[in-house]
Design a protein around this ligand. Structure first.
Ligand SMILES: Cc1ncc(COP(=O)(O)O)c(C=O)c1O
Length: 404
């Protein structure tokens, strides 16, 4: 097993550079906000962020969460509460994703079916989804992950889902800001989830969101977020729910309508969301410019070129390097680490290789060559909006040195 050779302080190019964009100013404004505000639990800043983020994403409704993971959990719980999914149903997911994309499905009694990904986009395609549907025609929903700001032909996947009555939901925690065929990723399905973890496009330290145009789902998501109560619904929606169950004003305030959790963000998250959203286009632009610089440093003899020309705008926060074979990978790892560049596996590789999942799929074998290739021969490094010219040049030089 490889040992960590470098101390964090020796790293020259970190995976995550700063907590916030325009860090010093943001921290100062955060301190001022904390000193002035009367309330730090979820309130007007979170609400304002939800309005701002919905507008940014082009969605009718947004709910802010404590993380991308809890947005995912609330989404699956809400679909079950609404009986759009039932225990025992099978939900497909992208084989390259994060644990808390898959875990809520297992935790809530759903079966899972992995969909392979293309090596050159890192994402599931319509063709690969069709293959999964042949393997398992009973798939009821597809919780697709848009990996690292890329996609394949998600429009075609949406068409397949529509024609077959399959629910398409998007884990867009890694692709905020990417535009494909004139539409933002995260808006191709019934709902899209987002992460504002410090390493992602925009940071509220920890945080997440769920956007949907479906009013019924939005109401349910907000109840699931808040103990299964109606407390955080808009007045008109609150009245509707109370009338439906013939509740008076006194008891309705402490009525638990449906299965829920406490997944509410706080005003610090909300404030930071509003603050960072003002820089979001600049963040996207710089990361896109960095992405283009890294792309042009890639030696195509060593590395599988990323296919991105079908995407209108790539919003990428970490640059994937998928080597043609293991020998090349080992050479690149050595050169990148010696250059002080912090690297890691691509997302978490092939999810079906993870230890926790074995208990749920038993000895069933899935044919996932794309995800496995990314697992075995890939790594990524950070693409931060505050990278200096010097840091970018360290990366470009590493690409050059590794390909010698
Ligand atoms: C695809 C995907 N989904 C969900 C998450 C979870 O987001 P969070 O860290 O905000 O819980 C991540 C986090 O890295 C992710 O990459």
């Amino acid at each position: 097993m490889r040992k960590g050779k470098f101390k964090v302080e020796d790293l020259k190019v970190k995976l995550i550079k700063d907590t916030f964009y325009n860090e010093a100013q943001t921290k100062k404004e955060l301190c001022d906000f904390i000193m002035k505000t009367d309330r730090l639990s979820m309130w007007t800043e979170c609400r304002k962020f939800e309005d701002n983020f919905a507008k940014h994403q082009g969605a009718k409704n947004c709910s802010m969460f404590t993380s991308g993971s809890t947005a995912n959990l609330a989404l699956i719980q809400s679909l079950i509460n609404l009986k759009r999914l039932e225990k025992g149903d099978t939900v497909a997911f992208s084989a390259v994703t994060w644990s808390t994309n898959v875990m809520p499905m297992l935790q809530l009694g759903l079966n899972i079916h992995p969909v392979d990904v293309e090596v050159d986009t890192l994402n599931s395609s319509a063709e690969l989804f069709e293959k999964a549907l042949e393997e398992n025609p009973s798939i009821k929903a597809f919780f697709i992950t848009n990996v690292l700001g890329f996609c394949s032909d998600i429009d075609k996947i949406a068409d397949i889902c529509k024609s077959r009555g399959i629910i398409l939901i998007e884990d867009n925690c890694e692709s905020l800001g990417t535009i494909y065929k004139g539409k933002k990723l995260g808006s191709y399905g019934l709902a899209g989830t987002f992460s504002f973890y410090v390493g992602h496009h925009m940071s509220t330290i920890e945080g997440g969101a769920l956007c949907t145009d479906d009013a019924e789902l939005d109401t349910m998501v907000k109840m699931v977020r808040s103990h299964g109560m109606d407390r955080n619904l808009d007045e008109d929606k609150k009245i509707k729910v109370r009338e439906k169950f013939k509740l008076d004003d006194f008891y309705s305030r402490y009525t638990f309508y449906t299965l829920g959790y406490n997944l509410r963000p706080n005003e610090i998250n909300g404030f930071l969301g509003n603050n960072q959203l003002q820089y979001i286009d600049e963040i996207f632009r710089i990361r896109n410019e960095n992405f283009m610089k890294f792309i042009s440093a890639v030696n195509k003899n060593d590395i599988v070129p990323i296919r991105y020309n079908h995407i209108d705008f790539v919003s990428n926060f970490a640059f994937p390097v998928i080597c043609k074979n293991k020998t090349i990978l080992n050479k690149y790892i050595k050169v990148f680490e010696n250059a002080g560049i912090e690297i890691r596996p691509v997302v978490s590789g092939n999810m079906m290789n993870q230890i926790f999942i074995k208990d749920y799929v038993g000895s069933k074998k899935f044919d996932l060559p794309g995800a496995q290739k990314i697992h075995e021969d890939g790594f990524y490094f950070g693409n931060n909006p505050d990278m200096t010219k010097k840091e970018i040049n360290i990366v470009i030089k590493a690409f050059k040195d590794a390909s010698k």
